[in-house]
Design a protein around this ligand. Sequence first.
Ligand SMILES: Nc1ncnc2c1ncn2[C@@H]1O[C@H](COP(=O)(O)OP(=O)(O)OP(=O)(O)O)[C@@H](O)[C@H]1O
Ligand SMILES: Nc1nc2c(c(=O)[nH]1)N[C@H]1C(S)=C(S)[C@@H](COP(=O)(O)O)O[C@H]1N2
Length: 201
Amino acid sequence: MSQDTVRYEAVRIGIVSVSDRASAGVYVDQGLPALKDWLTRALLNPISFDERLIPDEQDGISAALIALVDAGCSLVLTTGGTGPSLRDVTPEATQAVAHRDMPGFGEQMRQISLQFVPTAILSRQCAVLRDKSLIINLPGQPKAIAETLEGLKDAQGTQLVNGIFAAVPYCIDLIGGPYLETRDEVCTAFRPKSARRVQPA
Ligand SMILES: Nc1ncnc2c1ncn2[C@@H]1O[C@H](COP(=O)(O)OP(=O)(O)OP(=O)(O)O)[C@@H](O)[C@H]1O
Ligand SMILES: Nc1nc2c(c(=O)[nH]1)N[C@H]1C(S)=C(S)[C@@H](COP(=O)(O)O)O[C@H]1N2
């Protein structure tokens, strides 16, 4: 058993790429690889990914989210389908399975994304809780995944605007999930002092 396995709790993460064209094979999906790449770089915990590539259909998206939560995913990230086009229904599908709303994530994502593109204002992305799972919508542009999760850094790596992932580990603590730990060079998780665990040497 590796040191990582001993020290860090395992986490199951659902990743959902919502794209009519990628799911139909018109273009190669870049959403799932981008999500896996960023999460694997950011987290020290061993991750098992449960992935779905599906079209922009509200009922199908909601069904996928419910299945991932029921399968024990503490975190579910979607990418795509958050804009104003008539086919963009990911926020509606997410709200339809919500037990509680977490509006701060959408607010912060739009703030971050405005540092990158003026059209950030067009994203209706949201986050919700369902049972013991946090579900977060990210925009569909593959580059937007790291931008929203990680935030904005300067050339020296100094954080200028916090990414939303900084708040995810503490949120997962509060809903009874595994204790998530991040690599600081990618993302520094914020927890109040009283919630920090001392790691064994
Ligand atoms: N899963 C994906 N893989 C690769 N590129 C994507 C993916 N999703 C979106 N993109 C790119 O980002 C752009 C904006 O994403 P958006 O979610 O608005 O897609 P869309 O225009 O609704 O089309 P579709 O649902 O068919 O991907 C797309 O036009 C495409 O260039
Ligand atoms: N960080 C970031 N956020 C972004 C973008 C982006 O390129 N980077 N694109 C915007 C655009 S152009 C749109 S239309 C909305 C919704 O995108 P979606 O339909 O692909 O989810 O996300 C916005 N948010």
